[in-house]
Design a protein around this ligand. Structure first.
Ligand SMILES: Nc1ncnc2c1ncn2[C@@H]1O[C@H](COP(=O)(O)OP(=O)(O)OP(=O)(O)O)[C@@H](O)[C@H]1O
Length: 129
């Protein structure tokens, strides 16, 4: 009976809303401590304003939004991995190096592709000016 009651509590709307709190705290913390994420935010704002200015199509705008979401989420995961590695060791360790380098590499790949995708979308509009 007791476990059934707990399950109900855990699945209540309040419990679901409460579970958002650490997630929102994570977004704010990553925004405050991350240097690169601020650059991503600026690029995201510029891309969205460019999209509005050039009146790009709905599909193009959706692609821009997906790319923005991808880069920002990867940057946050990168920060989480960096902090986890720092928590585990402050000593030099080859595995720590691999973990941090691979996480940073994932962000770099996403950022490079976002520039390419941005170029493919915006270049025709820029050339028409
Ligand atoms: N404990 C460690 N062992 C081995 N190499 C490490 C270790 N910590 C960091 N490194 C190396 O140094 C690089 C930079 O790590 P650092 O933690 O300073 O991250 P960062 O990229 O400068 O990010 P930020 O400045 O946002 O913290 C890593 O990519 C990795 O190659």
């Amino acid at each position: 009976m007791r476990s059934e009651y707990n399950a109900k509590e855990e699945h209540s709307v309040y419990a679901v809303l409460k579970s958002f709190r650490p997630a929102i705290r994570g977004i704010l913390t990553a925004s405050a401590i991350g240097r690169n994420i601020k650059v991503h935010y600026l690029a995201a704002i510029a891309a969205m304003m460019g999209g509005l200015y050039f009146d790009i199509t709905k599909i193009e705008f959706l692609i821009i939004l997906v790319v923005i979401m991808q880069v920002i989420c990867l940057e946050m995961v990168n920060t989480a991995i960096e902090k986890t590695v720092d928590l585990v060791t402050s000593e030099y360790h080859p595995y720590a190096k691999i973990a941090k380098d691979v996480a940073a590499g994932a962000v770099l790949i996403a950022a490079i592709f976002s520039v390419i995708i941005g170029g493919i979308i915006f270049l025709p509009y820029l050339l028409k000016m």
